[in-house]
Ligand binder design. Sequence first.
Ligand code: CA
Length: 245
Amino acid sequence: MDRDTMKPLVMVVEDETALVTMLRYNLEREGYRVCEATDGEEALTVLAERNPDLVVLDWMLPVLSGIEVCRQIRRKPRTRDLPVIMLTARGEEGDKVRGLNTGADDYMTKPFSLPELLARIKALLRRVQPAQAKGVLQYENIAMDLTAHRVTRNGRNIHLGPTEFRLLQFLLQHPGCVFSREELLNAVWGPDIYVEPRTVDVHIRRLRKALNGEADADIIRTVRAAGYALDVDGGEADLAPAAAM
Ligand code: CA
């Protein structure tokens, strides 16, 4: 399970089901996990529940266009830096510029070459998370070595249970972002597993206890009525409503 959650999650948003099937097959063969949505609105729902590492986003989608989905991805702090590759049947230069202006990181015109798309996905993931590609996550004085399964704070070894490890891994991947208990449950335990939201509090408490030595500042911020974040300004804080999403 640990090994599995380390695989990058690629989200495919595309209304041509044959194309979705083809992309899923090939992405999984390349070692990615895949989640999908077939219209723009579903894409936003899936984004709220899962935390993909990259999105392959079709431009022409039912309900909500790919451009609009991309705009919303860029608007939310949690997904602001999420890499997006836009797919489109249109090949005009104006559309390309418009797509990139909306916040897409890369752009491919259909029919596209599969090896080229796979290469661009790989390149984009490497560019966005260079440290993670090497298997090391870092925030402030906390370092997580994913290969050795080791956590240190200020050079001091931190011993964590498997759930606390995954919880910290997820928080390290999105430092400064506030996550609700439900979002943490979906990300750490998985969307199909039923766990009491309060369970998150128990594991956050354990994680805090393990991470925070006597001389250390609390690195986990509790945001009343909203959730938790990995943040240098640890402890408890209220959240302005505008920053909640
Ligand atoms: Ca389409």
